[in-house]
Structure formats: C-alpha cells, structure tokens
Design a protein. Structure first.
Length: 174
C-alpha cells in the first residue's frame, strides 16, 4: 500500500491519535493540505506515541497495558476475581469463567478467556444504574437477575476500591 492509516490507541496501546504512514512524497502532499493544520497532533501526543512505539522496539510488550491484558494468563484474572469475592463476602456471589471482548475497530467481536464475579440481585437494573452513577462509575454486565463484574481490566490496586463501590451501591439499592 502507498498509504496506511491506523489508530494510535486501541490495540496499539498509545494515545488517541490517527496515524498516517506511507511514501514520503504522498505524506508531503498530505502535510501541505490546509486541513493538516486542523487535524495535526500536539507535542504531548507525539511524545506519548513515541514512548509507546519505543516499548515495541525494545520488546517490552508487557509494559503496553492493552497487550498485557490481552495476553495475561487467565489464572491471574481468576486470582483477582477471588480477591474481590473475599473482600465482598456476599452470600450467593460466585467466581465464574467469562469471555472479555477486545473491541475497537481492530477486533470488535474477538473474545478472550477471562474470569469475573457474579452477584445475584432482586433489582439488577436498579443496582446497575446505581453502579454507573458512582464516581468513578462501575461497569458490570446484566444477565437475567445477575450482575457480572469481569476482572480482565481490573488491576490489583483497583480491587479494594471496586469492592467499596459495590458495597456502597448495594447499600443504596437494598
């Protein structure tokens, strides 16, 4: 291809930016277009993109958060789900296998093995709404009368605050 375009974020794992690569003569034409000034990225975005690309060049893929999550051993995700389960101590809550969706334009339907925590509620929609209204919002998936908290994108340091937010929402709804 003479020109290719892609997103700097999503699976690449860098800052939100449109990237154009291609033949030097064609890139020069694009740079001379009056619209270039309106859509060009700033210095901070360029610095962030450069830092991300350097991780790839140095072979440090595990430092790119999105790649680390995609390739993480499901056993680690299960460990976090168990940790959340222990913190909550809710009757009927269960650790379960789930499938996380990578999403984005590159892999909108691609799923990867994951684990989560399910909580049965007599008011799942109300609980879900309350969780989303918190600061920061807590996202879960509703399946019948069950809320499922997938742990794929939850880090160890986020487990305690997540448990606190879930408890807060449960107290408000029950």
């Amino acid at each position: 291809a003479d020109i290719i375009t892609f997103s700097g974020d999503k699976i690449l794992g860098g800052p939100q930016a449109g990237v154009i690569l291609g033949r030097k003569d064609l890139i020069s034409l694009i740079a001379r277009n009056p619209l270039h000034r309106a859509v060009r990225v700033g210095k901070l975005t360029i610095a962030a993109l450069r830092a991300t690309l350097k991780l790839y060049l140095d072979g440090e893929y595990n430092k790119v958060p999105v790649l680390r999550m995609i390739y993480e051993d499901p056993v680690e995700v299960k460990r976090r789900a168990v940790s959340l389960h222990r913190r909550l101590r809710l009757k009927g809550a269960k650790v379960l296998r789930t499938s996380a969706v990578i999403g984005g334009g590159s892999a909108p339907t691609k799923t990867i093995p994951s684990f989560g925590l399910s909580i049965v509620s007599s008011l799942p929609n109300k609980l879900h709404e309350r969780l989303r209204s918190l600061s920061p919002p807590v996202l879960a998936r509703i399946d019948g009368n069950t809320l499922i908290f997938d742990m794929k994108a939850v880090s160890d340091s986020e487990i305690a605050p997540l448990a606190d937010k879930i408890k807060e929402a449960l107290c408000d709804v029950v």
